[in-house]
Ligand binder design. Structure first.
Ligand SMILES: O=P(O)(O)OC[C@H]1O[C@H](OP(=O)(O)OP(=O)(O)O)[C@H](O)[C@@H]1O
Ligand SMILES: O=c1cc[nH]c(=O)[nH]1
Ligand SMILES: [Mg+2]
Length: 207
């Protein structure tokens, strides 16, 4: 299942991210802001339970987060910008890292790092990567999460291509995708078109 967050603030900020004139500092800030807005949607179904507490006026029962604890997992490098922002909303979440880069020739993911919370099987996992292009990186990361025992996984991306969505739906039909937009296609180099370019390079100023 794919949820596209069509909120005007998300769409406006995403358009600014697409703009080739947007520099590193602003791109990073926008990516963080869009990530927070995506998290608002992706975490809509978090469980609440009433807890007793006193306001300065009177005592009562008020909704507090309950249920499974959370894990945010970034696909390095670019996914870090998303977990860094989202952890400010859910500071009790543990943060994991999966290092993958996409080979520029084969477009296949190459794994180089893996560090996940030990109790990931008991947590709801929000996997982050700004770009879902062929889907190879996200699919490999989800496989790694499942090997580590993760049972409940949502994939959060800023921009997605139909090819990537189709791959996740094929490989991992249990994983819901929350994204800001689905662009029409990939080009011959596997870049999303019209896209926003190379997210990692635009976040970190590399080339
Ligand atoms: O869906 P795919 O075809 O696998 O492509 C998407 C991947 O490519 C980018 O990472 P990249 O390989 O550029 O690594 P980086 O984040 O370190 O720049 C992006 O952040 C995704 O991880
Ligand atoms: O368009 C794309 C595709 C893969 N990775 C990116 O950063 N951008
Ligand atoms: Mg990159």
């Amino acid at each position: 299942m794919v949820t596209t967050v069509s909120h005007p603030l998300v769409q406006h900020k995403l358009s600014l991210m697409r703009d080739v004139r947007t520099g590193v500092k602003e791109f990073r800030e926008l990516a963080g802001e869009v990530s927070l807005l995506l998290a608002y949607e992706a975490m809509r179904d978090l469980e609440l339970a009433p807890e007793r507490l006193s306001t300065p006026i009177e005592e009562g029962e008020f909704p507090m987060l309950s249920g499974k604890k959370l894990a945010l997992v970034a696909i390095l490098r670019a996914g870090l910008i998303m977990t860094d922002a989202i952890v400010s909303l859910v500071p009790a979440a543990k943060v994991g890292h999966i290092g993958l880069y996409r080979d520029p020739e084969s477009l296949l993911p190459v794994a180089y790092y893996n560090k996940l919370p030990a109790d990931i099987a008991e947590r709801r996992v929000f996997l982050t990567d700004p770009m879902l292009a062929t889907g190879g990186s996200a699919s490999a990361a989800i496989t790694r999460l499942k090997e580590a025992g993760a049972q409940s996984i949502k994939l959060m991306t800023i921009l997605s291509a139909p090819e990537g969505i189709a791959l996740i739906e094929r490989d991992h039909p249990d994983v819901e995708i929350v994204t800001a937009a689905v662009d029409p296609q990939l080009n011959d180099h596997g870049y999303i078109v019209p896209g926003l370019g190379d997210a990692g390079d635009r976040i970190y100023g590399t080339k």
